[in-house]
Design a protein around this ligand. Structure first.
Ligand code: NIG
Ligand code: FE
Length: 412
């Protein structure tokens, strides 16, 4: 048995429960003062407050003094595209000259440019690069993350990307949850034949990915000039029949029915939602779908920000994630996402904490294990160089994570 004790915690702040928190519950956090937490064999054994120490503390192999600082659950990153070849910094001048995200994609660049580079990259190269991203994320306070395929758009490369994630989940301290996103763009070989491409994904790739246990979720980019409502529905129906949890990239640029589809199909989350309309909001609320909002993407695209306040008013659980990818968000800094959620979405610090812990944990099927600090959950936490959550939402551009603990072990 190994045990780790964190003592002298100024404030231990955490949402409670293993369900997506919407409406009023989004802003409900437990705040324990002068707290301590004992983690045994990676699992939380006891949390105390008022200066008391948990029973068995004297047997701890490692004692960490939090020196009166803030402790929260390890952050949960609910949406990334972190396996990719190359970068796309050359798009910056194009953007400055006025080219929009979809203009670049329609001209054969954007996602398709990264697809070419990802097809060329070997397994080891992708593994090493993604491992570096995981290290960086962990140093910023993330202890569990989601990652999507979708830069292969053919059988071999989609499978290669997912195998990279599977191996990293086994070998890196980060918990990595994989999503199959073969329907991320229409590749050149299927140009003008998007329906045939969807058929190929549904009949050849998806069943293999499922059979090999390479992904738990399936996602699609439902957008003007990418995949329409009918194609998205067909893809998601097949994914559902095969037993994948569903996610939809919807209303990023234009609302073409993606969020309604997410509601109708019982998707676990719907992502982006910058242009969501009333019907979409209604569908998410009715379907119990978590809104995965990506404010750093809005920032980088110079776009509007998703109506997160309105979602909270409607009782829709809001999660906030980075969307880390080489095109629309070349940053993996979830602390910056928290700053943006506060300043641009006008979410309160308590609501922000829920949006980067329990809500994304539930949206990636890990709500029973991570996302809150409670007896029996995984011992994943961050000691922040901050006295309270206000400070975390206020300072931006610096890394305030002092110590990151994953399953009861210091990892950063
Ligand atoms: O979520 N919108 C679609 N996919 C990614 C961007 C991918 C890329 O540009 O490489 C996103 O923003
Ligand atoms: Fe995305």
């Amino acid at each position: 048995m190994t045990a780790l004790l964190v003592k002298n915690i100024g404030i231990l702040q955490t949402p409670a429960g293993s369900f997506p928190h919407g409406g009023k519950a989004q802003g409900e956090n437990l705040k324990l003062r002068d707290a301590a937490i004992l983690i045994e064999n990676g699992v939380i054994r006891e949390i105390t407050d008022g200066g008391r120490l948990p029973q068995g503390s004297e047997e701890a192999d490692t004692v960490v003094d939090a020196e009166g600082k803030l402790v929260t659950p390890g952050l949960v990153e609910g949406h990334t595209h972190m396996v990719f070849g190359g970068y796309r910094q050359h798009e910056i001048p194009m953007k400055l000259k006025g080219a929009g995200y979809l203009d670049i994609l329609r001209a054969g660049g954007g996602i398709l440019d990264t697809v070419r580079k990802t097809r060329e990259a070997g397994f080891e190269e992708l593994y090493g690069k993604t491992e570096g991203f995981l290290d960086e994320m962990m140093a910023l306070g993330v202890t569990t993350c989601e990652a999507k395929s979708g830069y292969g758009l053919d059988f071999d490369t989609e499978v290669k990307m997912l195998q990279v994630l599977k191996k990293l989940n086994e070998e890196h301290p980060m918990d990595v949850v994989a999503t199959f996103m073969g329907a991320h763009a229409v590749p050149d070989e299927y140009k003008d034949r998007p329906d045939d491409f969807i058929d190929m994904l549904c009949e050849e790739v998806m069943p293999y990915v499922k059979a090999q246990g390479l992904a738990e979720f399936a996602d699609i980019f439902t957008e003007d000039s990418v995949f329409n409502y009918a194609q998205s529905k067909r893809y998601l129906e097949r994914a559902k029949a095969l037993g994948f949890g569903l996610k939809v990239h919807a209303d990023e640029i234009e609302a073409i029915g993606g969020s309604q589809l997410a509601g109708e199909m019982g998707a676990v989350s719907c992502e982006h939602l910058i242009s969501i309309d009333e019907k979409g909001l209604e569908a998410l609320a009715k379907g119990g779908v978590t809104a995965m909002c990506l404010p750093a993407t809005s920032f980088y695209l110079g776009a509007d920000f998703a109506p997160a306040r309105k979602m909270i008013e409607l009782g829709i659980p809001v999660a906030a994630a980075s969307d880390f990818n080489p095109g629309s968000c070349p940053s993996l800094n979830l602390q910056f996402v928290m700053n943006l959620a506060c300043i641009k979405y006008k979410m309160l610090p308590e609501e922000v904490l829920t949006a980067v812990t329990v809500n994304p944990a539930c949206a990636i099927g890990r709500g029973d294990r991570v996302g809150t600090l409670e007896k029996g959950k995984q011992g994943d936490l961050v000691i922040w160089d901050a006295p309270d959550m206000d400070m975390l939402c206020y300072r931006f551009g610096s890394n305030l994570a002092l110590q990151v603990i994953k399953k009861g072990e210091l990892v950063s």
